[in-house]
Every structure is written in C-alpha cells, then in structure tokens.
Design a protein around this ligand. Structure first.
Ligand code: AMP
Length: 285
C-alpha cells in the first residue's frame, strides 16, 4: 500500500529515476501518473487507480511541444502549490516537476512520431500534437521507469497512440486506462473548463449530452449515420463549432461505415465553445 503524507517533490530526472530504480530493486511496484498539472478529480481518479502499486509517482509538466502555434500553452493553468496540496495524503510518494530544460535540453533534436492512430481526429486538427505527446511520454517513461502508467479514457486517442508507441518501441511498462470523471451534469472534467464563461459552461454540456444520446440510439439498434446525427444535434443546438463528431472503431480509430450497427464503436467529439476547445468520447458498446 502507498504511504500517506506529503509527497516528495523532485525536479531532477536523474534523482527521480534512481528513487524509482531503488524502489523496484526493493521489490516495490511503482505506478506512474503523467499530468500537466491544474489537477482535478479526474487526475485524482488515476492516482487512486495507481494506489494498487506500492509507490506512486505523479509528474506535473506542461509540455510545450504538444501545443501548436496559437494554442493555449502560455495561458494553460499552472498551480504547482495547489496541485501538491491536492496530492497530500492520497498516497503519492513523489511528485516529479521538471523544468523545461530537463526534458528538452539545449540543442534537443529528437522527436517520437507515431503514425497510424495519430493521423486522424486530434492529429488532423492539432498538427504535431501527438508527436509532442509521444515525445514527452517516451522521455518520461525513461526518466520514470515504473511498472505501470495510468491514463484517462477522456483522451481516448492519446491512449491508443501511447499504447502503440509502447508496443512498437518495446517499452517495458503496462498501460492502464481509467474511466472519464464527469461533473454532475455530465461535462467531462478538464483543466481547460476554467476558461469557460457561465454561458459557455452551460453550452459545454452538449458534448456529453450528444454522446449519451448517440449511445442511447446506438444501443437501440441504430446505425452509424443515425447515431452520428444524434451526436451532432445538441452541438448544433448549442452553437458548438464542431471539429469532428464521429463513430469510429475503438482500437483503430478508423471511421465506421454509415450503415454499420452493433459493431464495437466509440463516439469521439471535439469542438470549440467560445474560444475554448473541448474534447470528449464515450464507448458505445
Ligand atoms: P492532462 O493533465 O490533461 O494532460 O491529463 C493527464 C491525465 O489525466 C491524462 O491521462 C488524461 O486523460 C487524464 N484525465 C484528464 N481529465 C480526466 C477526466 N475527466 N477523467 C479521467 N482522466 C482524466
């Protein structure tokens, strides 16, 4: 069982790595939760899942390479002190909060590109995003040689990309995917929800409303075309600028034929509410 108390904050990858190697050598299973901070109950659910392990590492690093030009890297919420307070007494042994130079040393020239599952959806609307994600997660996995890493289903495509990278590069780590935590009205918890005005916050519920409606009709036997219409209806009604709202294969992320029904499917949605871009998804089967 992880120990209660205040986590130790480490900024130096070499020191953190040694702690993890020492714990593993002592027979302890180490769990790792990578985050960009601005922690909420969604992140804490990953920490709880990781409590299966003997020791838990949470990383907090706002990764510049996964933000495109004109995205919100500069204004992304940063709250290390509040994050550390949230992580007290939940069984986290180490918080890894490296400076940018520790992850991207001067002259850094190496990137990890995962083709295939990175191409569509988020990959199309945020060029370079998954290269940034794969690069930072790959580096973090080397700095934090844990037995298992915990990711949220909230970022479904990210979990598919990370799994593919781990398989292709034979990285010895187990990937655990945990359910999406939601507000009582269904909105998926996200560090970006703080950007929403009161009006936008109400309209943002249309993402999860569309997803649950799509699941309802899909489970009633509807085909892909009908379920996609049900998914889009609340988004249109609440003036969400939709990037994509689709049913896809959960493992390949390839689109499903319009007439298909009763096959494994996940609904993916992304759109802008005002100037805030939100994503969400729901397994339909
Ligand atoms: P982030 O800090 O946004 O990069 O997220 C760090 C991890 O927390 C990722 O694996 C996310 O998928 C996960 N996460 C974010 N929001 C949620 C949520 N609402 N429920 C579950 N996991 C989440």
């Amino acid at each position: 069982m992880p120990r209660p108390g205040v986590p130790q904050i480490e900024t130096d990858p070499a020191i953190l790595r040694q702690h993890v190697l020492d714990a593993a050598a002592a027979g302890r299973r180490v769990g790792f939760v990578p985050t960009m901070g601005a922690l909420h109950a969604g992140h804490l659910s990953l920490v709880k899942a990781a409590a299966d392990c003997d020791d838990v590492v949470v990383s907090i690093f706002v990764n510049p390479t996964q933000f495109g030009p004109g995205e919100d890297f500069e204004r992304y919420p940063r709250s290390l002190q509040a994050d550390c307070e949230l992580l007290a007494d939940v069984g986290v042994r180490w918080v890894f909060a490296p400076p940018v130079e520790a992850i991207y040393p001067a002259g850094d020239a190496t990137r990890i590109t995962v083709d295939g599952p990175s191409r569509r959806w988020e990959g199309e609307h945020r060029p370079g995003h998954f290269q940034g994600v794969a690069t930072v997660v790959g580096k973090l996995f080397m700095m934090v040689p844990a037995a298992a890493a915990y990711f949220g289903a909230k970022d479904w495509q990210q979990t598919v990309v990370v799994r593919r990278m781990v398989r292709d590069l034979a990285i010895p780590i187990e990937i655990v995917v945990c359910p999406t935590m939601r507000e009582p009205d269904g909105l998926a918890m996200s560090s970006r929800n703080v950007y929403l005005s009161a009006d936008e916050r109400q309209r943002a519920v249309s993402l999860s409303a569309g997803l649950t409606e799509a699941r309802r009709v899909w489970q009633g036997g509807a085909n892909v075309a009908t379920a996609e219409r049900a998914l889009r209806e609340p988004l249109t009604h609440h003036a969400v600028q939709v990037d994509y709202a689709v049913l896809v294969d959960p493992t390949t992320l390839e689109p499903l034929p319009a007439q298909a029904s009763g096959v494994p499917a996940i609904a993916l949605v992304a759109g802008r509410v005002g100037s805030t871009r939100l994503i969400d998804n729901l397994l339909l089967s």
